[in-house]
Design a protein around this ligand. Structure first.
Ligand SMILES: *Cc1c(COP(=O)(O)O)cnc(C)c1O
Length: 238
């Protein structure tokens, strides 16, 4: 039998969001970082508009969606009250919808997608921020550019004028103990430093998007300045 997951109340969402912010503050403070430099992206796949709005009312300013259709439906109700990040795997033929209202695509992992996003953004007279998704654990089941290819990939993607490469994103291997994820986060920091050093035009390493409900404190200790948090704010997904 499937276990029914009851949606949380708006108050519960607000309380959980406040607790997450406290934990972010403590993690940042532990390593001498300014907590206000860390952007919280609420990962809202399968979360309904009511609960997303509860988090926005409690101060959430960025949300991340994984599916284009679902996001378009929610955008009708939420609009620009929040900044939209695309964090799922993006099919090339859906780029044209994403450039309409997403601020950032965090999952750029192939040149054909860079080209299409750029073309579609320019058609709307805009540019779109992107992060490069890195498959930091070299897992066969995960999307992302292999770390050893990242610099060449970024050099090639940087040529498209409708995108701005602003940083890196990763979904590291799942480990029961978040301490075991630390080496992957550390590797991401090294990689971002190497990219910055390469001084590629149209590329800045402003954002390092890593850390989810299970491991965001470790990610922040290592240098993440963007964390994508779903269940810790919105409860378990049904
Ligand atoms: C779902 C999701 C998250 C958040 O996961 P939680 O474990 O619920 O915090 C973060 N990033 C991506 C890409 C996701 O798909």
């Amino acid at each position: 039998m499937e276990k029914a997951v009851l949606p949380l109340s708006s108050q519960q969402v607000a309380d959980r969001f406040a607790k997450v912010l406290e934990r972010i503050n403590s993690a940042a403070t532990r390593v001498g970082r300014d907590p206000s430099s860390i952007i919280v992206v609420g990962a809202t796949k399968s979360v309904d508009v009511e609960r997303i709005k509860a988090a926005i009312n409690a101060g959430l300013k960025h949300i991340g969606e994984n599916y284009v259709q679902e996001a378009m439906r929610k955008y009708e109700a939420i609009g620009d009250a929040v900044k939209w990040h695309f964090i799922g795997h993006l099919q090339t033929n859906k780029a044209k919808y994403v450039v309409r209202f997403f601020e950032v695509v965090q999952s750029l992992d192939r040149i054909s997608l860079a080209e299409e996003l750029s073309k579609r953004a320019l058609m709307l007279g805009r540019k779109i921020d992107v992060l490069i998704q890195v498959n930091i654990g070299a897992e066969e089941t995960k999307f992302g550019v292999p770390p050893e290819d990242a610099i060449d990939f970024i050099k090639a993607a940087a040529k498209f004028e409708g995108i701005r490469i602003r940083g890196l994103m990763c979904i590291p291997p799942y480990k029961d103990d978040p301490e075991d994820v630390r080496p992957y986060f550390r590797k991401m920091v090294w990689l971002a430093e190497a990219v910055a050093k390469a001084k590629i035009s149209n590329v800045s390493m402003d954002y390092l998007s890593m850390g989810m409900s299970h491991d965001f404190e470790v990610a922040i200790e290592e240098g993440a300045n963007m964390v994508r948090i779903g269940s810790a704010i919105f409860g378990p997904r049904g």
